[in-house]
Design a protein around this ligand. Structure first.
Ligand code: PLP
Length: 379
């Protein structure tokens, strides 16, 4: 059976080593990067950064977009914009890439880990609701507090796993009842839609990543999606060392970050974004082929909820048990087909082992059974 899966992957991606997700540069990438080099504007100033931000707004329907050096930096700034302070708490899912949890610690806050949904792998609204019902209360200042730790619960970061949108409406409604800000970690889901709207633009703040393994890439890169003008200005200020605009003077009015995406990376990304629609169609096609194959094999292929459209970033299956997961990982990687398990639960990593968490029943099952399959664009 496992041999059959490998043969099927090879029927999609051919002979030789098959990576999990490789970038595709088949558009204007070289032309734009050359143009950027010829202009000498390769760093934090240049037309491609502005063009990239405009393209992201057009693509997602976001009111504002601020380019950043990577998705982790975008998340970090989102937390600052949401006014998350040291010793606050941030609710997020245990099953996520470590960057989500790391960003919470950059502002000195603490993670609280919530379970995943059984269908789309994202933060589970029912578990979130039950956690808040048991552990949270509204203080005299109108903020939400954790009854056990006495800390303020200031934000919640749901993440759209492998491009499959989380149940955002429910999460936003629950959080609004407790005065908790929602930040979408949309690092993996550029091009995904939840009820017709682009992920990352439904909550007031969202973060995108353009790391080398993402659907489109600038090598390293990210963006903050923002729906409020004042916050957008603040984001730009914070990501550009808080320099007060002046033709020659260096006045920085607060401590901030050098998080601006270089023009060189933005040039690459502008060309990549021109290809996004094509990539999305191609990835959907691949995903449908996988789905059909696994249906015949009685192996669960992970899909998004009916109210959503995924960008089909990474295809994943769920094996019946941990033994099958491990055997398939061994066999496929030994055969030159790159496959990966889903992440270890954040609550089991040394840095986060003391964080409060719910039972994480679904997350534990996913951790021990899910495997990602090669998912690169096939063009
Ligand atoms: C869910 C998630 N959040 C955040 C990030 C961080 O993005 P970056 O690698 O661009 O810093 C990534 C991926 O890389 C991710 O998958």
């Amino acid at each position: 059976m496992f041999e059959e899966i490998i043969t099927f992957v090879r029927s999609l991606y051919g002979e030789g080593y098959i990576p999990l997700h490789e970038p595709k540069f088949i558009g204007n990438e070289k032309a734009y990067v050359n143009e950027c080099i010829d202009s000498t504007f390769i760093s934090s100033v240049g037309k491609f950064v502005d063009k990239f931000e405009q393209m992201i707004c057009e693509q997602t329907g976001s009111k504002y977009a601020v380019a950043t050096v990577n998705g982790t930096a975008a998340l970090h700034v989102c937390l600052i914009l949401a006014d998350v302070k040291a010793n606050d708490e941030v609710l997020t899912q245990a099953l996520t890439f470590v960057a989500t949890a790391n960003a919470v610690t950059y502002v000195g806050a603490h993670c609280v880990f919530i379970d995943s949904c059984s269908n789309n792998l994202g933060l589970c609204p029912d578990d979130l609701k039950s956690f808040l019902k048991t552990h949270a209360e509204i203080g005299h200042d109108g903020f939400c507090y954790n009854k056990k730790t006495k800390r303020r619960i200031k934000a919640c970061i749901p993440m759209h796993v492998f491009g499959h949108p989380v149940k955002l409406d429910e999460i936003i409604e629950i959080c609004s009842n407790y005065n908790i800000d929602v930040i979408e970690d949309a690092a993996e889901s550029l091009g995904s839609l939840y009820k017709g709207k682009a992920t990352g633009t439904i909550a007031p703040l969202g973060a995108l990543s353009f790391n080398g393994n993402k659907i489109v890439t600038s090598g390293g890169g990210g963006a903050i999606l923002i729906q409020d003008e004042k916050l957008a200005k603040k984001a730009k200020h914070l990501t550009t060392t808080a320099k007060v605009p002046h033709r020659w003077e260096f006045f920085h009015d607060e401590i901030a970050f050098n998080y601006r995406l270089p023009n060189l990376n933005a040039a690459l990304l502008c060309a990549q974004l021109e290809m996004l629609e094509k990539f999305l169609l191609n990835k959907k096609e691949t995903s449908n082929l996988y789905k059909k194959f696994f249906l015949q094999k009685d192996i669960k292929f992970l899909e998004c909820s009916e109210d959503s459209e995924s960008n089909y970033w990474l295809n994943a299956v769920m094996f019946k048990n941990n033994k099958d997961q491990q055997e398939f990982l061994q066999l496929s990687n030994n055969s030159g087909v790159m496959t990966r398990p889903i992440w270890k639960l954040m609550s089991d990593l040394p840095a986060f082992k003391n964080c409060q968490k719910t039972e994480l029943l679904n997350a534990k099952i996913f951790e021990s059974t899910v495997v990602n399959l090669p998912s690169s664009v096939r063009l």
